[in-house]
Design a protein around this ligand. Structure first.
Ligand SMILES: [Zn+2]
Length: 214
């Protein structure tokens, strides 16, 4: 398996039955999921310490709209407050164009009301919730958005999103493309914790060497 960050050889650490995973997701969360293969592997890259889930057919794994719409209904899933919201708003000036990628229900927008805020989020339910509060969200990828809106945002940010992305390299390249020259870029990952497909909806984990690779 090739590491999707540094492209060196990654090593299989643990293997999980896709059928068993699907049963556990249903039993614990009433979420119906499917996988492209019977076995899901947890891979570790010795070169950059990136840890990620993939199938042996070398498909990386990520959640679709239906998966995140279901998670949306769980009261604990999308936080209305994150301590990094309070920190990040200090770097943002009134009237700046702010692009938040993977914005959930766009809770961060309430912290920066004087700006021109746009959120990107795959969940169609999250878009409906945000629109009810007068916040603009688009259901497209940052890769597609950056193609049609290059170098326009004053600030591009994400909070606890990178660990959900199946192709982090392309994700970050697109975020940089969306940001104007001299703009600000913020990315915050969830803290390191046990990575297991049943207890976590994350797909990857970044140690310090992985972050340097990025
Ligand atoms: Zn690597």
């Amino acid at each position: 398996m090739q590491c999707s960050l540094c492209h060196k050889q990654a090593i299989l650490q643990e293997s999980f039955s896709a059928k068993q995973l699907a049963l556990e997701y249903w039993r614990q969360l009433k979420i119906s999921i499917s996988f492209p293969e019977e076995q899901i592997g947890l891979y570790h890259c010795p070169n950059c310490s990136y840890l990620f889930f993939a199938t042996q057919g070398q498909s990386t794994i990520s959640g679709d709209n239906e998966f995140y719409n279901t998670l949306n209904k769980l009261p604990w899933y999308y936080f209305s407050e994150k301590y990094e919201y309070t920190y990040a708003k200090n770097f943002i000036q009134p009237n700046e164009k702010v692009l938040e990628v993977g914005c959930g229900k766009a809770a961060f927008a309430k912290y920066i009301p004087q700006t021109h805020y746009i959120g990107l989020e795959f969940s169609t339910d999250a878009k409906k919730m945000a629109h009810a509060n007068g916040i603009h969200i688009e259901n497209i990828s940052i890769q597609d958005y950056a193609e049609s809106h290059p170098y326009q945002a004053d600030v591009v940010c994400s909070f606890q999103v990178l660990e959900h992305v199946s192709d982090p390299y392309s994700f970050l390249q697109a975020k940089i493309k969306a940001c104007r020259g001299g703009g600000d870029y913020h990315d915050r990952c969830a803290k390191r914790r046990q990575l297991h497909p049943i207890c976590s909806e994350q797909y990857s984990q970044y140690a310090t060497p992985s972050c340097r690779t990025l």
